[in-house]
Design a protein around this ligand. Structure first.
Ligand SMILES: C[S@@+](CC[C@H](N)C(=O)[O-])C[C@H]1O[C@@H](n2cnc3c(N)ncnc32)[C@H](O)[C@@H]1O
Length: 273
């Protein structure tokens, strides 16, 4: 199977998620009311990557999660790629706490995983939403928020948005890419934040960008709160070696303590990066 080559920003993301996951199971395992603390990797990947830095093979987020101590009580791994999903199917055969799915996570989360995570189930979950681009749907995020039982990390791909949607003249974006942005954002309000209608010399109107992508992160956090998360700290912006923006790593949770832990982890990497 072809593995992804990942840059330092992905290695940092993996570290951040691993650190938070360790803190999460430590806290949850001490809560006597809690009937299970569940790990969900909705864009699970191949399980391993090749580090561009070292050329070595490194573990992806699902394998890191399986090593966290104390362990999660359940693991759910989803991937759209059949071969990648098979990696986790093989794991599931050996470990009854592992559940593997092949398909679109937006569908699988809604129909197969979230229904078991109601507030009364007394289960809590950490869900990693780490697509390559704008492939996550807002309705999935909203469903997670409404349950009040889930903490999420979201990879908000600014690179995909900048390359395919947020042109100075919005007419340059393909309708299907605008649709992907709408589905990720939840509606078309990103246009109001970034664009103004302007009349051309020929009396036509066009949508001209008046703001950069940066203003999206604050509003995205506000949207996470409006939809039902208790808090969403300022995301960390991952950049490539030349300083180009790749994605915001966002976090949202139901508990202040979770936000504080993530803020400390984000701050540590913001200072070092
Ligand atoms: C960035 S990789 C995930 C990396 C992984 N989180 C890690 O850090 O090790 C994204 C993965 O999402 C999968 N994918 C893309 N669209 C998907 C979808 N709609 N549902 C589930 N998986 C999807 C791709 O096949 C790819 O393996």
């Amino acid at each position: 199977m072809k593995l992804d080559q990942v840059g330092i920003w992905s290695e940092i993301k993996l570290e951040i998620i691993k650190e938070y996951a360790s803190a999460y199971t430590k806290i949850m395992s001490s809560q006597s009311w809690c009937k299970g603390y569940v790990y969900i990797d909705a864009f699970a990947g191949a399980g391993k990557h090749i580090s561009k830095q070292s050329g070595e093979m490194i573990q992806g987020s699902p394998l890191n999660a399986l090593e966290v101590e104390p362990p999660f009580t359940e693991y759910h791994f989803i991937d759209l790629d059949e071969e990648r999903a098979d990696v986790f199917r093989r794991m599931a055969k050996k470990n009854p706490n592992v559940h593997a799915y092949h398909g679109d996570c937006n569908e699988i989360l809604k129909t197969k995983i979230f229904p078991a995570l109601t507030y009364n189930s007394r289960k809590r979950a950490l869900c990693i939403l780490d697509p390559y681009g704008l492939h996550l749907k807002w309705e999935t995020i909203k469903a997670a928020a409404e349950l009040k039982t889930i903490d999420i990390f979201i990879n908000f791909s600014i690179q995909d948005a900048n390359r395919n949607v947020l042109f100075e003249d919005l007419a340059r974006a393909k309708p299907e890419d605008i649709e992907r942005m709408n589905a990720f954002w939840g509606d078309e309000s990103w246009k109001e934040l970034l664009y103004r209608e302007q009349e051309t010399f020929f009396g036509e109107t066009r949508q001209v960008r008046i703001e950069d992508y940066q203003i999206l992160s604050k509003e995205f956090c506000m949207r996470l709160k409006r939809v039902g998360f208790n808090d969403a700290p300022e995301p960390i912006l991952m950049r490539n070696k030349k300083g180009g923006p790749l994605y915001y790593l966002c976090f949202a949770s139901q508990k202040n303590v979770a936000k504080n832990i993530v803020n400390d982890i984000f701050d540590k990497y913001r200072r070092a990066y």
